[in-house]
Design a protein around this ligand. Structure first.
Ligand code: GLY
Ligand code: MN
Ligand code: MN
Length: 434
């Protein structure tokens, strides 16, 4: 991520703050077991403001009535760390790279935070973070309150993540470029899985085929734990076991995608394991696809996200009536939430630096946000008919289908960023040709 963009974002955050101090820390390293660690993943809010991928770093923004200051704390050169884990940017490297006013060794943070907070009233932190960094800040604020001669004390603690995440809602063209890059690799992976899938394989073998494409293509990681769900496993929404056999005549639902420079993609395709849809599979598939296409078509600036959710539920309910799964009139069925049994999840979510981008869905008054150009949302309707559900026509039992694309809101309407991934029955059957 370009430092110029990050610098502008830091200024934008400062502009939203009242006088005070914001502290945004990097993500800690996470232990996997004993002394082994998960691959490092930076805190998305910190990355958004700094584009810096090292742990043990802290960004501090200070605002007074007539000035602003940016401080960055990074880990200094350390021979032991360099030997085992490689070189870090270091204090001098960070001074060269970042347009901040001061760079310090992170070891100095504990000693400096009290002076930084002196005479400030507002503190902006991640309210739900429980790190040593924030404990030190709170302890310093407490100590200042008891220090003679200090006139103003921290009186209000604000959620800094809310301010950052409002900014994260609208993606810049650079961010969209990174998402597109992630989607391009994800497309390749889904197409390879369609081409190479065969009955008798295990679900994890399809996952491995896709992971090869991700890693070989330079992706930073899977954007989330892949769901490769053959047959009835597709009806377990967060199925990540991926160890079952893929059986002839069944479908496989793959919800898998990669992250490019920390920007996510999130794609689901459902296709026949032997390459050819059966009649009931095609019927349900086309019902879900029809809903997905109509919902996408409705996206444009000004449309409220809540409205889109209701609209998608109406369409799914109509589809369930047409398929003979539900009977009665839509309004009554929806009031009783009958459709939720077969379509239990939401129509989509914001996507960006996090696959489920934690940007707000409502404004300060709780009103649903309206779409604006630059927002990115997934559209992912699904219908799920469990194998043991006798309320469903027998031919549909065991079928679970979701179709998911990543949609950019544009000033004219929308751009489906993943439209090139095979999706119609015809496209999928061609891609799956054995
Ligand atoms: N892959 C997670 C989701 O679709 O929300
Ligand atoms: Mn999704
Ligand atoms: Mn998904």
């Amino acid at each position: 991520m370009n430092e110029i963009h990050c610098y502008e974002r830091r200024h934008k955050l400062l502009a939203q703050m009242e006088e005070g101090v914001a502290i945004i820390a990097s993500a800690p390293i996470q232990t996997r077991s004993n002394d082994t660690e998960y691959p490092y993943r930076q805190n998305s809010d910190f990355y958004y403001l700094c584009g810096f991928n090292e742990d043990n770093s802290i960004l501090v923004l200070v605002k007074t009535l007539d000035s602003t200051k940016m401080l960055l704390f990074v880990e200094a050169y350390n021979a032991e760390h360099t030997l085992w884990n490689g070189a870090r940017l270091g204090v001098d490297g960070a001074r060269e790279r970042f347009r901040v006013d001061e760079v310090h060794d992170v070891a100095e943070y504990g000693g400096m935070i009290k002076e930084i907070l002196r005479e400030h009233v507002n503190l902006y932190i991640d309210l739900f973070e429980t790190s040593e960094i924030l404990s030190q800040a709170k302890a310093a604020a407490q100590s200042l309150r008891e220090t003679r001669g200090v006139k103003r004390h921290i009186r209000s603690i604000h959620d800094v993540t809310h301010l950052i995440r409002k900014m994260r809602l609208i993606k810049s063209s650079k961010e969209v470029e990174a998402i597109k890059k992630a989607i391009a690799l994800t497309m390749e992976a889904h197409h390879k899985a369609m081409r190479e899938c065969n009955s008798g394989m295990r679900e994890y073998q399809l996952q491995a085929i896709m992971n090869y494409v991700f890693i070989n293509g330079g992706a930073s990681a899977e954007a989330y734990s892949a769901i490769v769900a053959g047959g009835n496993n597709a009806n377990t929404l967060h199925y990540i076991d991926n160890s079952d056999e893929l059986r002839n005549g069944e479908l496989v639902l793959i919800d898998a995608a990669c992250e490019w420079k920390l920007y996510a993609s999130d794609i689901t395709r459902t296709f026949p394991i032997n390459g050819k849809f059966t009649d009931p599979q095609r019927e349900v598939y086309n019902a879900v696809l029809d809903v997905q296409l109509r919902v996408i078509e409705a996206i444009k600036p000004g449309v409220k996200r809540d409205w889109l959710q209701t609209y998608s539920e109406e369409l799914l309910c109509d589809a369930l009536i047409r398929l003979g799964v539900l009977s009665g009139d839509r309004k009554t069925l929806m009031e009783a939430k009958e459709h939720k049994k077969y379509a239990p999840h939401g129509i989509g979510h914001w996507m960006g630096l996090d696959v489920h981008d934690p940007c707000p869905y409502v404004d300060e008054w709780g009103e649903s946000l309206a779409f604006e150009a630059g927002m990115v949302m997934t559209i992912e309707p699904g219908l799920y008919f469990r194998a043991d559900d006798e309320s469903v026509p027998e031919a549909f039992r065991g079928i679970g289908i979701r179709i998911e694309d990543d949609i950019l809101v544009t000033s004219e309407g929308y751009e489906n960023l993943s439209s090139m991934i095979a999706k119609s029955v015809e496209e999928i059957e061609v891609m799956c040709k054995r």
